[in-house]
Design a protein around this ligand. Structure first.
Ligand SMILES: *Cc1c(COP(=O)(O)O)cnc(C)c1O
Length: 411
């Protein structure tokens, strides 16, 4: 049997050793948790764990203020509320992202507007955003997908010109940099998730950084995550001027977060090395477009997503994916099942059951085909796991398998 016969056709499988694994949580998290319990309170405002977590985050990110939340979705909602996004406003964002990116927009009764993506970085661009700006545009949520930064310079310029707030969705881009600056510190707000699938986990949780450094903005953001209670004064002010949810983080999450943050740098550094190694190994492979890192960017690879060049391959994306799996390389076709605007919620304009509000406040069109690059990305992409516990050998095997499968199916 020849070595280049695909495993799916009875050839020898490329991957013969298990992928590297490791434990994310250990004695440091346990110690912090015990300390949290010994405080005799798990309320963030009375204990010290969430406060410590945020102050460590602030130091790492070089920001003055941040607010902890119960999830990344909550962090985004809080940033939108703090940015003043309200009924009838429009918020521009990416059609390829977690639905958590748009949930807060709709809860503010504002309308998500989708802009198309750059075909190989999978990110929003200033040009695509500009095409969908209207007088109602209040904010942009840029998503640094998979840890790859958006090209922020032109986006910030555009936002300034139109007086639009910029919220960075950094759920997948811990310690990612763009021209030497950390993502999450470039726009008006940076939003992070510590759900169990991100670079670091507190089970669930999130952070919003307030980049103006203004105390007033901090207070507004802080209150918006806590029922609009104003806890800055000695006695809490409970006056409600407008609606805000309760998205508080507990001391238990803060405690785990303190220990997790200490590991963040090596996690991101390692993921960057592995992701870059993969790109080097496939950059000359005909039939495969590697993930394109934005110029001036440093990527912390939450995952690795490449696309197939359908012109030079005689297989479908599903055939390629299945063949790769047979070589011992787990992978998933695409990322999310379809662009967000193809979801029933947008197609039927139904954010709230039995209602078309707030979509009926304007003339919104979520036609299939409206972001062709994004749709094409999801049709041609294959996603590979990147994990800080992988060995370099694991990536070598991925490269060998990718090249083997591509060679087989090349026209
Ligand atoms: C995970 C994720 C979110 C939502 O975070 P949760 O903590 O799950 O609410 C939002 N945006 C992106 C890009 C994400 O990956």
């Amino acid at each position: 049997m020849k070595n280049n016969t695909l495993a799916i056709f009875g050839g020898q499988q490329v991957k013969t050793t298990p992928f590297g694994t490791g434990k994310r949580f250990g004695i440091d998290e346990a110690t912090e948790l015990l300390e949290a319990l010994e405080q005799n309170t798990l309320f963030y405002h009375f204990g010290n764990k969430v406060k410590q977590f945020l102050s460590d985050f602030n130091e790492m990110y070089g920001v003055k203020y941040s607010v902890a939340t119960s999830s990344g979705t909550a962090a985004l909602h809080v940033a939108l509320g703090a940015a003043g996004v309200t009924v009838g406003d429009e918020v521009i964002t990416s059609p390829i992202t977690d639905q958590g990116t748009v949930i807060g927009i709709l809860y503010q009764n504002a309308v998500p507007v989708f802009a198309d993506l750059e075909p190989h970085s999978y990110n929003l661009t200033a040009e695509s955003i500009e095409r969908v700006i209207t007088p109602k545009t209040k904010a942009i949520i840029v998503v640094h997908l998979a840890g790859n930064p958006c090209d922020m310079e032109p986006i910030m310029e555009l936002a300034k010109k139109h007086k639009i707030k910029v919220i960075e969705d950094c759920a997948q881009s811990y310690l990612t940099t763009y021209k030497g600056r950390l993502t999450g510190t470039i726009g008006d707000y940076g939003c992070f998730s510590t759900n169990d699938f991100k670079h670091i986990s507190t089970g669930d949780g999130g952070i919003v950084s307030i980049n103006s450094g203004q105390e007033e903005d901090y207070y507004t953001t802080h209150a918006f995550a806590d029922k609009n209670y104003k806890r800055q004064e000695k006695s809490v002010i409970r006056d409600i001027e407008y609606l805000a949810p309760n998205y508080r983080m507990t001391e238990l999450q803060g405690a785990v977060g303190i220990a997790q943050l200490k590991k963040l740098e090596w996690i991101c550094t390692r993921r960057n090395e592995l992701g870059e190694q993969l790109t080097v190994g496939i950059q000359n492979t005909k039939g495969i477009h590697p993930m394109k890192i934005t110029k001036g960017g440093w990527c912390s690879y939450w995952f690795y997503m490449f696309t197939l060049d359908s012109e030079s391959l005689k297989c479908t994306r599903e055939e390629f994916s299945t063949a790769l799996l047979a070589e011992g390389i787990p992978n998933s076709p695409g990322y999310i099942p379809q662009v967000l605007y193809a979801q029933i919620l947008f197609q039927q304009k139904q954010a709230y059951l039995n209602s078309h509000y707030p979509f009926d406040q304007g003339n919104y069109d979520y036609a299939i085909g409206s972001c062709p690059n994004a749709e094409r990305i999801l049709q041609n992409a294959i996603r590979l796991d990147i994990n800080e516990f992988f060995e370099n050998k694991d990536i070598e095997d991925m490269i060998t398998a990718l090249n083997k499968v591509a060679a087989h199916y090349r026209v």
